[in-house]
Design a protein around this ligand. Structure first.
Ligand code: MV4
Length: 504
């Protein structure tokens, strides 16, 4: 095992990796921008090195500088986390060229899966089902029109260099095709510097189900079951769960085998995820492979009883996976809510400020993977995800009840968060029935974010306000220690506040 690992990331995932390092007896080197000088991932690491000013392009994206820091601090390996440099082939290659170990897949596998058309070609060659479509870029609008006619409308134009929905256009009729192709090209050129576009048949109303895989450098590879990730908005996932209500043991076995075949075709090693669309008839189609640790890995860890991040380090250090596929069947149900600094009642507008107060949930089956503490400044330089709340319970119903309870225990003051939105989802009948697909959230956004205040709320707020004013008045007139000042008034106020879900 390594003595020391450099963590080329920030926030909750950097802290998650610090924790895995500590449990393995590995020293962790954190890096930070000026915006993160006092951040939890910095405080918890064994060492921390400043890498630059707040903009990511001048700090967390400085591959050369990160490698120099790894060398200087005597780290033997680099964990990229997710985002930033995690899926940049040149960075993985530069790490290897510097005689360091990249804790992730080989650069060749990142490249093979990075081009979506190349990934489709690989998948087809390995007998993996893909959506009907092309594996080469479209020449022009007339070629697109001919292919669209063959596949039948609606079709989807996608960027070959894409992923995550950028440069993607649904085309419902022939007269929309030329304009859609032009705008997809423009967006792809802007986002990836590559305007190659290919075409697929559009699958309506599917679920987004992905398979976690883990492979070692000795040719062993296992699948760790599925995650259901359909609850998303504009390609940002909000809630993930494992297993999926739409996957039975036979489908799990089949999708798992398929994901392993796709990964092996790319020469994949370490943790990765194959994304699929799953339609209403239980047919599934490979979309793309994410060649990194994912945000939602904890739901798989919970139901499969494995520490994926620890295994990333062990695999990178050359260990063999000691498991067989039959060791992995999901136990119970796990669910994750992404706690973001966004205001759901205001179109998910990013919210900034200082975390003034933080009360974290706990108790049975509750896990908090966070990257903030009291005093953290939440700005606009980085992703708005502050933390993930993950629960595990025997059944899906129990997991939803547990998530609802844990969300009630959570208080974040100083910025708006997605907490109340998640509470409304946990209370929603369709969600509770598992009747979700990739369009579900956008369809239901209005009804989930414009919830009327509870009856009697105004009166309760007025009473709480009056009691608070009374408490402040008595505190001024009784210059005693906090503990013996006006206990009766405090108790009444506390009781009223707690009844209304306010917090002391
Ligand atoms: C699709 C699709 C429907 N039909 N391909 C979105 C980003 C990229 N991963 C591929 N995506 C999609 N590809 C065909 N042929 C629908 C989506 C899609 C989607 C996929 C997964 C999760 C969320 C999504 C939201 C909108 C569209």
């Amino acid at each position: 095992m390594f003595d020391k690992v450099l963590i080329a990331n920030r926030g909750e995932i950097a802290l998650r990796i610090v924790r895995a390092c500590r449990e393995l007896g590995v020293r962790a080197v954190a890096v930070y921008s000026d915006a993160d000088a006092g951040a939890p991932h910095v405080r918890e690491a064994d060492e921390a090195v400043r890498i630059g000013p707040p903009p990511a392009s001048e700090s967390y994206l400085r591959g050369d500088e990160l490698i120099a820091v790894a060398k200087r601090t005597g780290a033997q390996a680099v964990h990229p986390g997710y985002g930033f440099l995690a899926e940049r082939e040149p960075f993985a290659r530069a790490v290897r060229d510097a005689k360091l170990t990249f804790i992730g897949p080989p650069p060749e596998a990142i490249a093979a899966m990075g081009s979506k058309t190349a990934a489709r070609t690989l998948a087809i060659g390995a007998g993996v089902p893909v959506v009907p479509g092309t594996t080469t870029a479209l020449r022009d609008a007339s070629e697109a029109a001919k292919l669209a006619q063959d596949f039948g409308y609606p079709v989807l134009l996608k960027a070959a260099a894409g992923g995550g929905g950028k440069g993607m256009r649904v085309v419902r009729a022939p007269n929309e095709l030329e304009g859609a192709l032009e705008s997809a090209r423009r967006e792809a050129k802007n986002a990836f510097g590559d305007d190659a576009i290919y075409i697929e048949k559009y699958i309506a109303g599917p679920r987004h189900v992905e398979i976690q895989i883990l492979g070692d450098a000795h040719g062993n590879m296992i699948s760790l079951g599925e995650r259901e990730c359909s609850v998303q908005r504009r390609h940002q996932k909000m809630i993930e769960e494992a297993p999926s209500v739409a996957v039975d043991p036979e489908l799990r076995r089949l999708m798992g085998q398929t994901a392993v075949r796709a990964a092996q075709a790319a020469g994949y090693v370490n943790a990765g995820t194959c994304e699929f669309l799953l339609d209403k008839d239980g047919k599934f189609y490979f979309l793309e492979m994410n060649t990194r640790l994912q945000v939602e890995h904890p739901v798989t860890e919970s139901v499969m009883g494995i520490d994926i991040v620890q295994w990333q380090l062990r695999i990178a250090a050359g260990e063999k996976l000691p498991f067989a596929q039959r060791d992995f069947t999901p136990r119970g149900w796990s669910m994750e809510c992404r706690i973001t600094s966004e205001d759901p009642s205001n179109g998910f507008l990013p919210s900034t400020g200082r975390i003034e107060y933080l009360r974290l949930p706990g108790g049975p089956g509750v896990r908090w993977d966070g990257g903030i503490g009291i005093g953290s400044e939440v700005g606009l330089h980085y992703d708005p995800m502050l933390a993930k709340l993950i629960v595990h319970a025997p059944t899906r119903d129990a997991a939803i009840a547990r998530m609802h309870r844990a969300l009630l225990e959570l208080t974040v003051e100083g910025v708006e968060t997605s907490r109340d939105f998640h509470l409304r989802v946990m209370e929603d009948d369709e969600f509770r029935r598992g009747a979700i697909d990739i369009q579900w959230l956008e369809r239901r956004l209005d009804s989930l974010t414009s919830v009327a205040p509870p009856p009697g709320g105004e009166a309760a707020a007025a009473i709480a306000g009056a009691l608070l004013a009374e408490e402040e008045r008595t505190r001024r007139t009784v210059p005693a220690s906090a503990s013996d000042s006006a206990p009766a008034t405090m108790d009444a106020w506390r009781a009223a506040a707690l009844r209304e879900g306010l917090r002391e």
